[in-house]
Design a protein around this ligand. Structure first.
Ligand code: ZN
Length: 309
């Protein structure tokens, strides 16, 4: 059976969230401070259901457990990836994620490698990536002295940029950015600093010791390079390929037929509208093209973000 898995996104309110998931993507959001849309997720904290067709109402984790053939019968306890859209109206906390080894030992979870594709941002926006401590001793000293502005590094961002955030990287999304995040299927975040903010009268929990455990010293930036493939009807720009995922941007202008050689392909429509085979699709749609689907044809004028393992 050839069936595309269209998914219902799940929304998360956050103290730093905004309304762009409604104003930009047309979603029905639960509150004016909606920070995250979990668009393609089989995580227990937000397990997407299939929107229509033979698997309507089934969760992605159910299909992973019972219909592994849809994912090329690959091994693994959990569906490996998670795709989110993040609307940061305010700054996110400064945080770090563990790698697989540390996460397995301390959290019984996968680690978290993630990447951010900048969908949109305000002028002069920046993000936090990296820190200035030469070694762990200096890191501990700067944290204990609250020297946050000396410690953290920022980088300017613009629409279309992609940033790879490896485990151990100090990072934070800053206000005014709208991001499509592709990450390992993990929800483990160690919060290092939250600007002293209060949430329902209390500061959010920090995880200083675990953060210090996992922060890489000294920091090194991971540079990424676009690899562009021009085809009839579309331009494919591979933004990153790492051991956990490959993420590409596809600009469709006309009609293009592409192969499906992977265990699965995650697709998010980030602009415009068109079709995949005979299905109409538009901005804000998210779906999975399963294994053995064969070729698929994209038509219209639209931009997609796609990922596979
Ligand atoms: Zn993160």
């Amino acid at each position: 059976m050839k069936e595309i898995l269209f998914l219902n996104p799940i929304f998360k309110t956050m103290i730093w969230g905004g309304e762009k998931l409604k104003t930009e993507f047309g979603y029905h959001i639960p509150a004016p401070n909606t920070g995250e849309c979990w668009a393609i997720s089989a995580h227990e904290n937000g397990d997407c259901t299939v929107k229509s067709g033979a698997f309507e109402g089934k969760t992605l984790s159910y299909l992973w457990r019972h219909r592994r053939d849809l994912f090329g019968n690959i091994e693994g306890e959990v569906f490996p990836l998670l795709v989110k859209i993040i609307d940061a109206k305010d700054d996110l906390s400064i945080q770090v994620h563990p790698d697989d080894t540390y996460a397995k030992e301390h959290e019984n979870s996968l680690g978290k490698t993630e990447c951010w594709y900048i969908l949109d941002c305000e002028e002069n926006s920046e993000i936090v990536i990296g820190h200035n401590a030469k070694n762990k001793a200096e890191l501990i000293e700067m944290i204990s002295q609250n020297r946050w502005s000396d410690l953290i590094r920022t980088r300017p961002v613009k629409k279309g940029d992609l940033f790879q955030i490896n485990p151990g990287t100090v990072h934070a999304i800053r206000k005014g950015t709208l991001i499509l995040e592709t990450q390992q299927n993990s929800d483990i975040t160690y919060r290092l600093y939250d600007y002293g903010r209060l949430y329902q009268g209390k500061p959010r929990q920090l995880h200083i010791e675990k953060s210090i455990d996992v922060i890489t010293c000294p920091h090194t930036d991971t540079e990424t390079e676009d690899k562009i493939t021009q085809l009839d009807g579309c331009t494919i720009t591979q933004k990153i390929s790492c051991p956990y995922y490959t993420v590409s941007h596809i600009k469709v202008a006309g009609t293009a037929t592409l192969p499906q050689p992977h265990p699965f392909i995650n697709v998010s429509v980030i602009a415009g509208s068109g079709q995949i085979d005979s299905h109409p699709i538009g901005k804000g749609d998210h779906f999975i093209i399963p294994a053995n689907f064969g070729n698929f044809t994209l038509g219209g004028n639209m931009e997609l973000m796609v990922s596979h393992i």
